[in-house]
Design a protein around this ligand. Structure first.
Ligand code: MF3
Ligand code: CO
Ligand code: CO
Length: 298
């Protein structure tokens, strides 16, 4: 049932990812064997529940992804010095609504905004604020996740504000190259670890570090589903990719060390050394012979 939605059931693992997702189609005996095999391939010995989506469901995830991509593009075009990250939040909320979607992040585990805005030394999960005013020379990641007709799409980009120093421009450029190298490793039969291995190789070649504590995630009927997609991994390790799996690739690269700490607001992740970080993200699905990027703008 390669093209039927199915869930490979397993006991929950710890961590923030929720295991629901998919309509819970029946797993066949062969698939249960398969998930046990997958479990043995993981570093974490417990099998995880991964939804294999049907073409009809992927069409839904694609539609949600296009809406998220359109909002990101629209809002990104408005950025310039003097804009506050609270304005970005209002724009994302409004633009998402106009397109018939809902911001997936608003209220997620209590997250107080519709979008994450992560500037300069902020690695991810920055909370929009009236007090954060974009200035010439800043870099800012805008991370849009949209729910549309029951499916989610998740995409982010790091924008340059005016004239940015060359080393930070390079960081942003290489982060995108690293994401695309990770995506290029996705095909049926490849291992999850191939993605992180490609990302690390790309980042290291240019002298950047990769954040290990946060990663991509399965996506579809929920914003965060299993599996966790590590951006720092070894090739040939981890579970085997199958057609119909949908997940994000969203590496965070740092100019200095990738060590990080969490601010007192419980969300904002910053570099420990205060040097800058960039991120970019696509939602992808495994196709019959490779990968489709779902969050490309139309
Ligand atoms: N869009 C983020 C991601 O890429 C989700 C952040 S969760 C939030 O996975 F609650 F901080 F919004
Ligand atoms: Co995101
Ligand atoms: Co994501």
């Amino acid at each position: 049932m390669a093209d039927e939605e199915s869930r490979l059931e397993g006991p929950p693992r710890g961590g923030p990812r929720e295991l629901e997702g998919g309509k819970g189609g029946k797993a066949e005996a062969g698939q249960i064997e398969n998930v046990l095999a997958l479990g043995r391939e993981l570093v974490d010995p417990l099998p995880v529940a991964i939804t294999v989506y049907s073409s009809a469901d992927i069409a839904g995830i694609r539609r949600a992804s296009k809406v998220a991509a359109a909002t990101l593009k629209e809002v990104g075009a408005r950025l310039r010095p003097g804009i506050t990250t609270a304005m970005i939040d209002r724009w994302v909320r409004e633009d998402t609504r106009l397109r018939g979607g809902k911001p997936s992040q608003l209220g997620y585990h209590g997250f107080p905004a519709s979008v994450c805005t992560s500037r300069n030394e902020v690695i991810c999960h920055g909370i929009p604020s009236e007090a954060v005013v974009l200035a010439e020379g800043d870099i800012v990641n805008v991370d849009v996740t949209t729910e549309f007709e029951g499916f989610h799409g998740d995409t982010s980009k790091t924008f340059l504000i005016g004239e940015v120093r060359p080393a930070a421009r390079r960081l942003v450029e290489v982060t995108q190259e690293a994401r695309d190298a990770g995506i290029a490793a996705v095909r049926p039969g490849a291992r999850l670890g191939d993605i992180g291995a490609a990302i690390v190789a790309c980042a290291r070649r240019s002298g950047f570090d990769v954040v290990a504590g946060y990663g991509g995630h399965g996506i579809g009927r929920k914003m965060h589903e299993d599996p966790h997609i590590s951006h720092v991994a070894r090739a040939g390790t981890g579970l085997r990719l199958r057609r119909g799996m949908c997940f994000t690739v969203e590496p965070m690269l740092t100019e200095g060390s990738a060590r990080h700490r969490l601010l007192g607001d419980g969300w904002t992740v910053v570099t420990a050394d205060g040097r800058w970080s960039a991120q970019c993200e696509h939602t992808v699905c495994v196709t019959e012979d490779g990968v489709e990027v779902l969050t490309c703008p139309e």
